[in-house]
Design a protein around this ligand. Structure first.
Ligand code: EPU
Length: 417
C-alpha cells in the first residue's frame, strides 16, 4: 500500500493547473452509452475512478481508447443485457450512473445496489422514483436493482432531495424518452450543466441544466460528439485552501472562478487575498487567518467535498469556527486523525467546533475517504515534522498527480510504497 511522506511545514507557492473534473467526467463517460457513434472526451483526469468507469463501460461492450488528449468511446453491445456487477460497483458508487443510459438505450439495466460508504448511507431511492415516473418497472432483488421499459415516456418529476448523480441519471434516461420531461428540485452543480452540454452536442434537447428546473424534449437517437470536460473545482479548491493554510501564494490556472464562488467568498472572509485572473484564480495569504463558520449545502452553497479541507484551514485561524455538515450524515472521519496531529475539535451531531491556532505536529494518519485524505495532506503541509498519510489509494481515486502538483508548488511530499 502506498503512502505520502510529508516534511512540514511547507509554504505553497507558484502555479498549478486544474485537472478535468472527476465528477463531470464520470457521467460524461456513462453518457457515451447513449451515442450511435463515437464520443471524444477531452481533459478527462487520469484518476482511479475514471479507470474503473472505463472498465465498466468495456464490460458493457463499449470500445474505449485512450488518446493523448483524452478518451474515445464507441458503445457497442446493443442488444446485450447491460449489467454493472457487484465487483465494480463496490469499488465505485458512481457506477450507478450507467442505470439511466442503459435503460434508455437498451430497454433494460441491472446494477448492483451501491451500499453505504465511509461518508453516509447514500440511498438511490430518488433515482429509482424518477425512472419509475418515466414508465420504468423497478425491481430490487439479490442486492441488484433491475429496471426495464420498452419505451420511456416523458413525465414531470420532482426530486424529494436535490441529488447530483440522481439528476444526471434522469437526464440521461429522459433524452431518449417519448415527449417532454420536466424535472424539478434538481441539483444545480456545474457538473450537471456540463453533462447537459455534452448531451446537447450529441443531439439532445435539454434546457435549464444548472438550475432547479430542467426541461428535456426527447429525441429518437443521439450521435457522436466532441466535448471538453470542465475544470475540477474541488481539486482546484483544495490547492487554494493549501495556499491559505501555509501562508502561501498560488495561481490556479485553467479554472472557473464562478464555480468556486462559495469557497472564494469564504476565503476572502478569512482574510485571504483572492483575485480572478485571465484563466483562473490567484490566492495570497499574508496576514493572520480569521475563523469563519461554514454550513455545507448543495450548490451554490459551500460544497461538502471541500468541508474536510476547510476544517484543516480552521485549525490555524484566529478564533473558533464551526463547520456544519448538512449533506452527508457521517463526514467527519478526518476529525480524530486531525486531533492526533494536535487539533482541538469537538463534534456535536452534525456540527464540529474547531479551536483555531493549535500547533500541528507531524504524525502517522490514516485516510478514510477521498476528501478526508486531502484534508490530512493539507494538515501535513502545515505541521511541524514528518506526517505519513497511509492508504492514499483513496486520494488516487480523484486527485491527478497530487504529489507532483504539490512538489511543483514547493512542498516536500513523496509517495512511497
Ligand atoms: N440522497 C437520497 N436519495 C437519493 C440520492 C441522494 O436521499 O436517491 C441523499 C444522499 O444520501 C445525500 C444527499 O442526498 O444525503 C446528496 O447526495 P447526492 O445524491 O447529491 O450525492 P451523489 O450524487 O451520490 C455526488 C458526488 C459526491 C458529492 C455529492 C454531493 C459524484 C460522482 N459524486 O454524489 O462526490 O459529495 O454529489 O455534492 O458526482 C467526492 O467526489 O468526493 C464525492 C463524494
Amino acid at each position: 500500500m502506498e503512502r505520502f511522506h510529508i516534511e512540514g511545514p511547507n509554504r505553497l507557492s507558484g502555479e498549478v493547473r486544474a485537472s478535468g473534473a472527476k465528477n463531470a467526467a464520470l457521467p460524461a463517460l456513462a453518457a457515451c452509452l447513449l451515442a450511435e457513434g463515437t464520443v471524444h472526451l477531452e481533459r478527462v483526469p487520469k484518476v482511479r475512478d475514471i479507470r474503473t468507469m472505463c472498465r465498466l463501460l468495456e464490460h458493457l461492450g463499449a470500445e474505449v481508447t485512450e488518446s493523448e488528449t483524452g478518451f474515445e468511446l464507441t458503445p457497442n453491445g446493443e442488444g446485450q443485457p447491460g449489467e454493472a456487477p457487484y465487483e465494480l460497483v463496490k469499488t465505485m458508487r458512481a457506477s450507478v450512473l450507467v442505470l439511466g443510459p442503459l435503460l434508455a438505450r437498451r430497454g433494460r439495466a441491472r446494477v448492483s445496489l451501491p451500499g453505504g460508504c465511509a461518508i453516509g448511507v447514500r440511498p438511490i431511492d430518488q433515482h429509482l422514483a424518477g425512472l419509475e415516473a418515466l414508465g420504468a418497472e423497478v425491481e430490487l432483488e439479490h442486492g441488484y436493482v433491475e429496471v426495464r421499459a420498452r419505451q420511456l415516456v416523458g413525465a414531470r418529476f420532482r426530486f424529494g432531495v436535490p441529488t447530483v448523480t440522481g439528476t444526471e441519471n434522469l437526464l440521461m434516461a429522459a433524452v431518449l424518452a417519448r415527449g417532454t420531461t420536466v424535472l424539478e428540485n434538481c441539483a444545480r452543480e456545474p457538473e450537471i450543466a456540463d453533462l447537459a452540454a455534452l448531451l446537447n452536442a450529441m443531439g439532445a434537447r435539454i434546457s435549464g441544466a444548472g438550475e432547479d428546473r430542467i426541461e428535456i424534449e426527447g429525441v429518437t437517437s443521439l450521435g457522436g460528439a466532441r466535448h471538453r470536460v470542465i475544470a475540477d473545482r474541488i481539486e482546484g479548491g483544495t490547492y487554494l485552501i493549501g495556499a491559505a493554510l501555509t501562508g502561501g501564494h498560488v495561481h490556479l490556472r485553467d479554472a472557473e472562478a464562478a464555480d468556486l464562488a462559495p469557497l472564494l467568498e469564504k476565503l476572502a472572509e478569512n482574510g485571504v487575498e483572492v483575485s480572478k485572473t485571465d484563466d483562473g484564480i490567484e490566492v495570497r495569504c499574508t496576514g493572520p487567518l480569521k475563523a469563519r463558520d461554514v454550513i455545507t449545502s448543495p450548490h451554490p452553497g459551500f460544497p461538502t467535498d471541500l468541508q474536510a479541507q476547510y476544517m484543516a484551514l480552521m485549525t490555524q485561524a484566529r478564533g473558533t469556527a464551526t463547520v456544519c455538515e448538512t449533506v452527508f450524515e457521517n463526514r467527519f472521519q478526518h476529525v480524530p486523525e486531525l486531533m492526533r496531529m494536535g487539533a482541538d475539535i469537538q463534534i456535536h451531531g452534525r456540527v464540529a467546533k474547531i479551536q483555531g491556532q493549535t500547533p500541528l505536529s507531524g504524525a502517522n494518519v490514516m485516510a478514510t475517504d477521498l476528501r478526508a485524505s486531502a484534508c490530512l495532506v493539507l494538515a501535513g503541509l502545515a505541521a511541524e515534522g514528518e506526517t505519513v498519510v497511509h492508504r492514499i489509494y483513496h486520494l488516487d481515486r480523484g486527485y491527478e498527480g497530487m504529489e507532483l502538483k504539490l512538489q511543483a508548488l514547493g512542498a516536500k511530499v513523496e509517495r512511497r510504497s
